[in-house]
Structure formats: structure tokens, C-alpha cells
Ligand binder design. Structure first.
Ligand code: DX5
Ligand code: ZN
Length: 226
């Protein structure tokens, strides 16, 4: 299981130091939540390509970075995130008209392509694109902010994706990764591993006042072993 931090609960004045702490804890995948003040229901604005470019500069080229685009016009503005240095762009299926073209455009720029769906969106919205997707992200909260409660009812949808991806791989197709995002903590990480999740986004479970990132990561990893 790969653990990737969402930095939404970080103190943004300290972001460089937080990123250093993440890397020192041995994490090599960073999840970047981009909200444009329009798309998520609570109209949050987080950050954009400028901060992502600075984070890329800080971590160097060996750290994998994805951006989770919660924006209205990903079809038009995806390329600035590639230019800023992300390795994977994840777009909401509810927010764009033409997922196939976006996937081809990303691949043409040597960037991985991911699709994400809200808790209320059925798996069928993404399944047609599965053969070309590098990653599928299942939201286990309604996107908009860190620190929300995990929705266990995402089990069925997650297992459906797991089965579809396994069948695709068995038939010699793409090794699409399965990721989950929202409310993942030490107490439920083993459960989502059981569902077949390979990459878990952890925000407030890693970056909080209870412990250092390294301490929180150790707690999460040990609950995966028990
Ligand atoms: C929600 C974001 C998530 C979230 C994760 O809109 O996509 O990445 O911030 O944070 P936690 O782990 O606190 O739910
Ligand atoms: Zn996210």
C-alpha cells in the first residue's frame, strides 16, 4: 500500500518545512488538491500551478506528484499542471465532457492520466475509460475539505473497480492503479487495503497536531500489519 499525503490540513506558511518532513518520513508520492473556488460545493480555493512548481523544485525529480483537479475547466487548463511538474493528473468525471480526449492529451505529454468520481457517482461513469487510465480514484468523502468522515458505503464501488482492473490486467491490459481519498486514518486503512486499494491519500491522519508526520505514518503502517 502506498500512502500519499494531502497537504490541505498543513499550515500553508510552513509548507516547505511540511514537505521536507514528508520526504524525511520516507514518503515519495505527494497528492495535490487543486480547488478553484467554483467546482466544490463549499467553493473552496486551495492552490494552483505556482505552488506545485515550487514543491517540484523543493523535492526534485524523484518524488511522484499527482494533482487532483477539483476545477470547472480541467479540459482547457490541465496543461499548466503538467508544466508545473506533476506526473499524474486526476480529473473528476463529473466536471468534464470528454474524458477520452483529456487522457490522450495527457499521454501525448508523457503524463499519466487518472479519473476520479464523487461518492454519488456510479462506477459506470468511469468504466468505459478504464483501458486507458493509469489510475482510478474513489472519493470516500464529498470533495471540498480535509478532515471529513470516511464513507464506508464506498465498499461496493471500490470492489467493483478492483474486479474490473484485475480482469483488465489478466487480459494483458493496462495496470491501472486504484486509489482512495477522504477520511483515511489508522483505524480504517486495513479495511480499504482489504477492498483492493493500492494507494491511499491521507491528509488529516498524517498532518495534525497529535504527532509528527513520521509518528503518524508509523501508526498507519502498523495498523496495516496487524
Ligand atoms: C478532499 C480532498 C482530500 C482530503 C484528504 O476534497 O480531495 O484529498 O483533503 O484529507 P483527509 O484525509 O483529511 O480526508
Ligand atoms: Zn484529493
Amino acid at each position: 500500500m502506498i500512502i500519499t499525503p494531502s497537504i490541505l490540513t498543513a499550515d500553508f506558511c510552513e509548507i516547505g518545512r511540511t514537505i521536507d518532513e514528508v520526504i524525511e518520513a520516507g514518503i515519495n508520492w505527494i497528492h495535490l488538491d487543486v480547488m478553484d473556488g467554483n467546482w466544490v460545493v463549499n467553493r473552496t480555493i486551495t492552490f494552483g500551478p505556482a505552488l506545485i512548481r515550487s514543491i517540484r523544485k523543493r523535492v526534485g525529480s524523484n518524488v511522484f506528484m499527482d494533482c487532483h483537479l477539483m476545477v470547472t475547466n480541467a479540459e482547457e487548463n490541465w496543461e499548466q499542471y503538467v508544466d508545473a511538474g506533476v506526473n499524474l493528473v486526476i480529473a473528476h468525471v463529473e466536471a468534464i465532457e470528454d474524458m477520452s480526449t483529456l487522457i490522450s492529451n495527457l499521454h501525448a505529454r508523457d503524463c499519466q492520466a487518472g479519473a476520479v468520481l464523487n461518492p454519488a457517482t456510479p462506477a459506470a461513469a468511469i468504466l468505459p475509460f478504464l483501458p486507458d487510465l493509469d489510475l482510478v480514484l474513489v472519493m470516500s468523502v464529498v470533495p471540498g475539505k480535509g478532515g471529513q468522515s470516511f464513507m464506508p458505503e464506498m465498499e461496493e464501488k471500490t470492489k467493483l473497480f478492483r474486479a474490473a482492473i484485475d480482469a483488465q490486467i489478466a487480459a494483458g491490459g493496462r495496470q491501472t492503479k486504484l486509489m482512495i481519498d477522504g477520511g483515511i486514518k489508522a483505524h480504517n486503512i486495513a479495511q480499504v487495503a482489504d477492498w483492493g486499494i493500492e494507494v491511499a491519500v491521507v491528509g488529516s491522519g498524517l498532518i495534525n497536531d497529535d504527532g509528527t508526520i513520521a509518528q503518524n505514518l508509523t501508526k498507519i503502517k502498523s495498523s496495516l500489519l496487524s
